[in-house]
Each structure stands twice: as C-alpha cells, then as structure tokens.
Design a protein around this ligand. Structure first.
Ligand code: DP6
Length: 418
C-alpha cells in the first residue's frame, strides 16, 4: 500500500461557503437520492464570514471511519454521510505523496478508513444553512484527499445526496440547482450562473433573530409540505419555472428591481407553502414580520425596491442591498428598531464591521440618536434584544483547499482532532 511501517497519516483540508436561496428548494420527489420538485437559485456568501472548514485524514492505523463536528464526535452512520462517502470512494484515484513516501493505489481506498473533523465559523444553532456548507465541504475535501478527478457538476450531485442545498455550495457567486428529470438523479446537479465578481456591489446583511422555539427541520418540514400542501404542487409546476427564467435574466443584466421583487415574492411563497402544510409550519416570528414590514414600507415609499429580503427555515432575515449606500440606510433603520441588548455595538455586528462607520454609527450614542424612519407610521416602539446580532457580508467564492497546514483540524501525528 505505502510506506511499509503503516504509521503514516495523510490529510487534506478544505473550506466551503454557505449559500442562501433566492428561489427556494422546498420539496423532494425522491427522498433517498434527494431530488427536488423544482429548480432553485442561490447566492454564495463570503466564506470569510460564513463557512465550514473540514480536515480529512487517512491512515492504515485507523480501525473505522469517525467524524467530529465543532470538536464533538458525531455518528457517521446516517444514510446521507454514507452515500457521500460511498460515492467519493468509488471515484478515488491513485495518490502519491513523495515527501512522506506514501503511495495509495486506487483499489486500496476501499480498505482504508478516514477521520473527518469539521468546524463552522458561525454558530451552528443560529440556523444559517450550516448543513449546506458542511456537506459541501465534506464532499469537496474527501474528493481532494482521494484525488477524485470529477468536475464540479459531479461533485455537486454527490453533495446533493448529503443535503439538497449543499449542492449549490460547490460554486461561488450565483448558482442554479437544476432539478433534472432522470430517476437516478444523474442530471440533478448545480451549475454556476455567474461568479462572485459579476455583481460585486451587492451587500448582504443578516439579522440573526433571537428565538427560543425549536424549529421543524427542513427535511421533515418539506416532507410534510409535499404530502399535504396543494400550494406546493402549484408552486413547483407553475410558478417556479417562470420565476427561475426571470431570475436568471435579472442576475445576468444586474437588474436589482427585478431581482428584489422575485426574491421577496419567492421567500413569501415558500412561507405560504409552510402555512399551507398540515399541521402548519411557522418559521418566521414577530421579529421576522417586523423586518419584512420595515423593508416593504421603505420600498413602497421609494416606489422601487431599495433592499430585498429572504427567510429560510427559521426566523433570521437575509437582506440584500444593491450597494453600500442602501446597506447603510438599511442598517440605520434596523438599528433604530433593534438596538443592541447590552449596548455593545462592536460585538453586535459580525463580518464586515466597517459598515457601522459607513453608516455613521461609531458608538451606542450614535444608535440612540438615530431618527425614526420617516416611512413608518408608528415609529415609537423599539424592540431591544429581539435581534441577537447582525452579520454584514457579500458574495463569495466556492470551496478552496487550505494549504496552510497549521490550519488543519486534525493532528498529523495522532490522527485525532487538535
Ligand atoms: C429553506 O437542504 O436543508 O433552506 O435536502 O433535506 O437536507 P435537505 O434540506 P435542506 O433544505 C433547505 C431548504 C431552504 C431553501 C433552500 O436552501 O433552497
């Protein structure tokens, strides 16, 4: 197999972004293969702010496959992890590391076990599509370690079997997951519509909304919707096909008005499908609704969309501004209603903190002095503590290999998490 002594550990580390859908995936036509009932479109977020980092190690001394997430060992026995592992192993090639004197023949991979350690640079519990970044990174990094030669389309179809939305995290920029027609899922893959430089004025502000409620997982929520919601069928067959074409056009021509109208309408329809499910699923809460109304009133008063909003399977708002100027105006309005609980402004903004000074908000006194948004009819009430924190981000690139060995999550001698 390789260096005779059999004590070596070979590793690869990768980093993958998360993504947020602007045309939502909601509903499967095949649960095992994870085949959706409609196409979806997403934007990939900057991995500096929201991403998963994964190290995969292989050694002849490992007796079994093991995985750790954010430092805690988790089971790899689930069908989804197993599908991804099996599909990548099937495609494994010869690997040679001359420096370490290690040679692995492709037929050896079936006998070798892996250790996988993964870490999210954002709170997993915040409900920010951690499975998309995590599963994309799992597949991408295993593929690197095993010298898999397949293109991104093929990798996306493997990541899809880990979590549907993960297939879109294989690319940066704007990404479309084509639902495909084949029963074996071979044409259900993601494609890149445009890279992250295509429309780089866009600014993304995420409001991480405080919530004590345990949410229904996407997997079981969409299963219930498929079984019970008549609106889901109409959405998948009639609404989304047309919307996807218009969204592709809006992205291509950087038409923010169209992009924003489609994004908001699709988020609202996805949540309408959740309400149309029996029993109904509530992902948004009062804070989410207040943010929608703030944006809607602003957009209406200007006569054209200033900002777009979209919500996934949770109460967090993802707000997309066409430029820095609108993003700062948005932030002033948001902070007027949702000032920080503990008056600590710096830790209230994560990611690109420079947006605060751009908005003229250097201290809590600046926040307290903000004027009430003119377009709101009842501006007096504030909702301190209803937003946990904000993240300011932008579009980002797809998965990358991390070459700096000091950033690996597994110790190269013990083969265990550092
Ligand atoms: C609301 O990809 O988490 O975020 O395929 O069952 O793992 P599974 O579901 P998942 O669902 C994501 C749903 C969504 C919309 C979207 O990302 O398109």
């Amino acid at each position: 197999m390789a260096a005779e002594e059999g004590q070596w550990v070979l590793m690869a580390t990768g980093r993958s972004p998360t993504n947020i859908a602007v045309i939502k995936y909601w509903g499967k036509r095949d649960e095992a293969l994870i085949l959706p009932v409609n196409d979806s479109i997403s934007v990939t977020l900057d991995p500096d702010h929201l991403s998963a980092t994964t190290t995969v190690a292989v050694s002849p001394s490992f007796p079994s496959d093991r995985m750790w997430l954010n430092g805690k060992e988790i089971s790899l026995s689930g069908g989804r992890f197993q599908s991804c592992l099996r599909e990548i192993r099937k495609r494994a090639q010869n690997v040679e590391d001359e420096k370490k004197g290690i040679r692995i023949k492709k037929e050896d991979w079936g006998k070798l076990h892996v250790h996988i350690a993964s870490y999210n640079n954002f709170p997993t519990a915040a409900g920010l599509a951690s499975s998309a970044a995590g599963l994309a990174c799992f597949v991408f990094t295993l593929g690197k370690l095993m010298n898999v030669k397949e293109d991104c389309g093929e990798l996306s179809s493997i990541a899809r079997q880990g979590s549907g939305s993960a297939c879109r995290s294989i690319y940066g920029g704007f990404v479309k997951w084509c639902m495909g027609k084949n029963n074996d899922g071979s044409d259900s893959i993601a494609v890149q519509l445009a890279d992250e430089t295509h429309w780089n004025d866009l600014v993304i502000i995420i409001a991480v909304v405080s919530s004590k409620q345990k949410e229904t997982s996407s997997t079981s929520g969409m299963r219930d919707s498929v079984e019970t919601s008549p609106l889901l069928q109409y959405r998948a067959q009639t609404v989304v096909p047309e919307r996807v074409l218009k969204m592709e056009e809006a992205i291509k021509s950087r038409n923010f008005e169209s992009f924003a109208r489609l994004t908001c309408a699709d988020s609202n329809q996805f949540h309408a499908v959740c309400l149309d499910t029996s029993p109904p699923i509530f992902y948004m809460n009062d804070t989410s609704h207040r943010i929608i109304s703030l944006v809607e009133k602003w957009n209406q008063s200007e006569g054209t969309p200033q900002v777009a909003y979209t919500f996934d399977a949770g109460p967090n708002a993802v707000l997309i501004a066409p430029n820095r100027k609108n993003a700062t105006l948005l932030l002033q309005k948001l902070l007027y209603y949702f000032p920080p609980q503990d008056n600590d402004l710096r830790s209230y903004m994560v990611g690109d903190k420079s947006i605060l000074s751009d908005a003229g908000l250097k201290s809590i006194e600046d926040v307290e002095a903000l004027p009430a948004p003119a377009e709101m009819k009842t501006p007096s009430q504030k909702f301190k503590g209803d937003v946990s924190y904000f993240i300011c981000s932008r579009l980002g690139a797809g998965p990358k290999v991390v070459t700096d060995e000091s950033l690996a999550l597994i110790d190269s001698v013990t083969g265990l998490p550092k």
